[in-house]
Design a protein around this ligand. Structure first.
Ligand code: FES
Length: 158
């Protein structure tokens, strides 16, 4: 992921960058979802301007693309205001303590400047044996503890 915005960790929306991110998926069957994930990973959201681009690349109607973007809760349509923490709340991570970590993350978010940290649930990141797991600004992290989460949110590399 390109990191050019020091507050959110996401690049500002760019039509040229978006086209470059979408292009590798254009010839892939079912490439729309990977393209959407690539856009969100880079920009933190799916800009409305991506809809006509994706429709053209994947030979779909704009309504079809819009329908996919709005169907999946994981895709956001506005830029995140701060760091985005997606904490896994599925069974294996729950058994490893994700509920306690979620409460800690919520308290951490509340204690910081408004809109500086967004904590959202996600249900399995494929890191089940290494829980609790999370995605922070699009990057996966495993075996999280409260202390490690705090350090990650403060920008310390662990
Ligand atoms: S249950 Fe959390 S990563 Fe699968």
């Amino acid at each position: 992921m390109r990191r050019s915005d020091s507050q959110t960790g996401f690049a500002p929306w760019s039509p040229d960058a978006a086209a470059a991110l979408v292009a590798p998926h254009a010839r892939t069957r079912g490439g729309l979802l990977p393209a959407l994930h690539a856009l969100q990973g880079a920009f933190g959201y799916i800009d409305d301007a991506a809809v006509p681009l994706l429709a053209e690349v994947f030979n779909l109607s704009r309504a079809d693309v819009f329908g996919v973007v709005t169907f999946y809760h994981d895709f956001r349509r506005t830029p995140p205001a701060g760091r985005v923490v997606k904490l896994c709340r599925a069974d294996a991570c729950r058994a490893a303590g994700s509920e306690k970590l979620a409460a800690h993350a919520a308290a951490h978010a509340a204690a910081r400047a408004p809109n500086n940290v967004t904590v959202e649930p996600v249900y399995c990141l494929g890191l089940c044996a290494l829980g609790p797991s999370a995605m922070i600004d699009g990057q996966p992290y495993a075996r999280l503890t409260a202390e490690r989460l705090d350090a990650l949110l403060q920008g310390d590399v662990l």
